[in-house]
Design a protein around this ligand. Structure first.
Ligand code: ADP
Ligand code: ASP
Ligand code: MG
Length: 820
């Protein structure tokens, strides 16, 4: 004998019921000996509960819901069994049942008295209707099915809402019934039962699985097949982790842990009867019958994964009792558990503080409220005497549990688990590990659940690669080049570095586009153009935070002065930042420090390597020197590509203003060349170098030599400036000629020496490293204790979209290595 159970989603509409009927028919035709347990049509139990509550609240609005409920059922018969000889009789029977339901609801409406007992009776209409209809549809298909109301067979106590099954009586009833009805296929109502007096009860929400297990145990079935809407027990809840995949085999104990910690695919009490009688349970997908499903059995085969699955409960409260004033910890614990047992509360997990006097319990929110009141009564006197502190209730929490038999005696599992939570800035409120070492569970804030599940899932199941979620603002020259480079390298990086880029959001100055599963790099520009939403940075940041995705990186490719105001809250939300935008790091020292502090606090990265020298590894080198114990004596640099080009080209051929115009035309200067020639841009870079060297420097402390004659400084527009510059050519030429007469050239050099930072136009001779600088190259010279005689020099193109984007790209990858 085999027991097949079909869940609500498998019988949610006429088409699904037809599909189930076909599966049953094929089993019958293969000569299988089996019985079927069926749930209410999907969503109907919820509707029955809702109708009852509405009626009992004195509103007639329940009538509409009742009509919907009736029509849903009639539609099945009308769609699937039109030509059936018993068509009218079946329809009449359904209508009759629903008239009775209507009367009951009317009674509730009048009396406004909804008891758990009535609630159970009303809920029984869901399973009674679906099982009855399925049996008739099968008869119509010439399958010898009989409708079985489990209320006549499954006997329970009168704990309405979640009754306890009397196994002996139930088993005898089932055996007798089957013996009296040979050669038929019983179509049994799941979930519902009755007391010995025949009063309707239910086995708890999701209880049809349990009914199947009870029938299997009674008949010593060879297997229980639970047909649902997913391909088995998956490595995590597929609604929360898109990459979850089916587990081929697991033990009863593993399945028990998974379901205890929220894997709804199997109702927890289902496992015990199967385990006791050693009956395998197979989870199958009625939407995809060819999939192998999951086999739950005593000797499940091991697969390569140490962890079998990650389960979670989304809504949990934590109750903490601290009775350090009570002399005996065990007395306190005994009284605490006495209260829980009287109130029939089963916490998900319990942890005890080292003082042995403080205990925290995670449980369902409604249970926590009941428990709090009951504990306050129990310890009233001790609380008055201040021997016990007031009960603390912490709400809006979630539990994540990693589960697997194979974790036993394997060190390092919790290390990886906690490490992954830590790197995503997820705070652990409480943690527990079962003594079986089969599960490690943590309580975290509810809003972190999705992020925690995904990052932990990545670590244990997708160790072959990890996903970096990018939120990119600014897709101009640098941003679009970055996307081009990512697209070009994506496959290589996936194969060699095991990183998968997921572009979750893009924004330019006009439009923004969000796509949780990733924006295609093939046509991102077109998609962004077509996007409906105008760019609103406030909204962008809010949405990015609300998505709360693991391994998130915010990339600011703009030169915008205002985005920096969002940086603190972005870092605070545990999102790393990578940016070529200098504004944040060169604002006040206090703001700079605060950003670093937040990044540290939230365990994320705030990187801005491209702020100095674009793609050249200037800041990382400086940090490496300092971290490895070197002492910086002096930093000198030509830190501006445009000024480098201008002075490198000023060698006696062209006039100074001509060269500035050429630099402008080549796109080397800012649109307004005064930003370069005034030394403002260089001074920001020097400020960043000073701060990275450990100096608490402000912008005003940098001494910038003005190289421009008065008319140039006073010019109001770019044109006036260029004109004034042309008029000053002789002045510059004089400077150049004077230097040349001594075998020297002019270089615009930023210097940090001790605590002095200054920028000046210097004459340098052949022996100076800056003498041979060419093109628009940047060059930075570090003189340190280790590099004293021969300084460390970094030289190369220090501007341009391609190298800057490459610098940002490398930096995002570094963030990824850290997070993975
Ligand atoms: P049925 O109506 O067939 O009883 P349920 O809705 O009770 O189905 O259970 C199946 C659902 O359980 C799946 O659709 C899935 O959303 C959810 N679920 C949660 N965790 C898991 C998991 N680890 N594996 C598979 N499904 C899960
Ligand atoms: N119909 C019941 C419920 O929705 C039982 C079940 O589906 O297993 O809880
Ligand atoms: Mg279910």
């Amino acid at each position: 004998m085999r027991i097949l159970k079909f869940g609500g989603s498998s019988v949610a509409n006429p088409e699904r019921i037809q599909n189930v009927a076909n599966i049953i028919k094929s089993y019958h035709e293969k000569g299988e000996n089996f019985a079927v347990v069926v749930s209410a049509m999907g969503g109907m139990t919820d509707l029955l509960i809702e109708m009852s509550k509405v009626a009992a609240s004195g509103s007639t609005a329940y009538e509409k819901t009742l009509d919907f409920f009736s029509n849903k059922h009639r539609e099945v018969v009308m769609t699937l069994a039109r030509d059936y000889g018993r068509y009218q009789a079946v329809l009449d029977e359904i209508i009759e049942g629903q008239v009775e339901l209507g009367n009951l609801l009317k009674g509730l409406y009048l009396t406004r008295d909804l008891t758990p007992r009535t609630m159970d009776y009303i809920q029984s209409f869901g399973e009674r209707s679906s099982a009855f209809m399925l049996s008739e549809v099968l008869n119509y298909l010439s399958v010898p099915a009989i409708y079985v109301n489990a209320r006549n067979l499954v006997i329970t106590d009168d704990h309405f809402g979640s009754a306890k099954v009397y196994e002996g009586k139930t088993e005898a009833n089932i055996k007798r019934f089957l013996a009296e009805n040979p050669n038929t296929i019983p179509i049994i109502t799941g979930f519902i039962a009755s007391t010995e007096e025949g009063i309707a009860t239910t086995l708890g929400r999701g209880g049809s699985d349990y009914t199947a297990s009870i029938f299997a145990a009674a008949t010593q079935a060879s297997e229980i097949e639970i047909w649902t809407d997913v391909d088995g027990v998956l490595t995590a809840d597929p609604r929360k982790v898109k990459q979850a995949f089916p587990v081929a085999e697991m033990t009863y104990e593993e399945a028990m842990e998974m379901s205890h910690f929220g894997a709804k695919v199997i109702y927890p009490p289902t496992i015990m009867p199967a385990l006791q009688k050693n009956i395998p349970i197979r989870i199958k997908n009625s939407f995809n019958p060819d999939a192998a499903g999951t086999l739950i059995s005593r000797n499940a085969k091991l697969d390569g994964h140490t962890v079998k699955g990650i389960a979670s409960v989304s809504d949990v409260s934590l109750l903490s009792l601290d009775g350090s004033g009570i002399f005996s910890a065990s007395v306190m614990a005994a009284r605490l558990f006495g209260v829980l047992s009287r109130k029939e509360i089963n916490p998900f997990l319990i942890t005890q503080g080292s003082s042995q006097h403080s205990i925290s319990l995670a449980m369902r929110p409604e249970e926590a409220k009941t428990a709090k009141v009951a504990l306050e009564e129990e310890f009233e006197l001790e609380m008055k005497a201040k021997l016990v502190k007031p009960v603390v209730l912490d709400e809006k929490l979630a539990i994540i549990a990693v589960v697997g038999d194979n974790m036993k005696s394997k060190p390092g599992i919790s290390g990886r688990f906690f490490d992954s939570l830590g790197k995503n800035g997820i705070n652990i409120v409480v943690t527990a590990q079962g003594s079986s070492e089969r599960n490690i569970s943590v309580v975290i804030r509810k809003e972190d659940e999705g992020k925690a599940l995904n990052s932990v899932h990545d670590v244990f199941f997708l160790s072959d690669y990890y996903v970096l979620n990018l939120f990119i603002v600014g897709v101009g020259l640098i941003g679009s080049e970055l996307l081009r480079q990512i697209k070009q390298q994506a496959e290589y990086l996936l194969d060699t570095q095991y990183v998968d880029f997921n572009i979750v959001a893009l924004a330019n100055s006009k439009k923004m586009l969000f796509r949780e599963n990733g924006i295609s790099l093939l046509n991102w520009a077109e998609e962004l153009n077509k996007a409906d939403e105008s760019t609103d940075l406030r909204l962008f940041v809010d949405r990015m935070k609300a998505l709360n995705m693991a391994n998130s990186v915010f990339v600011d490719n703009t030169a915008d002065d205002n985005i920096q105001m969002f940086y603190p809250e972005i870092l605070n939300a545990s999102i790393s930042i990578s940016t070529p935008n200098k504004v944040a790091v060169s604002s006040s020292y206090e703001e700079y420090l605060e950003l670093k502090r937040l990044a540290d606090l939230r365990n994320v990265k705030f990187f801005y390597e491209t702020n100095v020298g674009a793609g050249l590894p200037v800041l990382t080198t400086l940090n490496d020197l300092i971290n490895s114990g070197d002492r910086i004596l002096r930093i000198e640099g030509v830190l501006s590509g445009s000024l480098s080009f201008i002075f490198n080209s000023f060698n006696g051929g062209k006039r100074f203003s001509e060269i500035v115009t050429e630099a402008q035309q080549r796109g080397y200067t800012e649109p307004d060349p005064r930003v370069d020639l005034s030394g403002k841009d260089v001074s920001r870079k020097l400020l960043i170098l000073a701060r990275e060297s450990g100096l608490a420097m402000e912008a005003e402390e940098i001494n910038i030599q003005n190289i421009l004659p008065k008319p140039c400084v006073e010019a109001e527009t770019v044109e006036q400036f260029m004109q004034a510059l042309a008029n000053s050519d002789d002045y510059f030429e004089e400077l150049r000629a004077k230097a040349a007469a001594n075998g020297k050239v002019l270089r615009f050099i930023a210097t940090l020496e001790g605590e002095n930072a200054f920028i000046s136009l210097q004459e340098v001779d052949e022996s100076n490293p800056f003498f041979n600088l060419s093109g628009s190259d940047n060059m930075i010279v570090f003189t340190s204790e280790r590099y004293k005689e021969r300084p460390l020099v970094i030289k190369g193109p220090g501007a341009g979209a391609e190298v800057t984007a490459a610098g940002v790209f490398a930096e995002i990858l570094r963030i990824g290595y850290y997070l993975s």
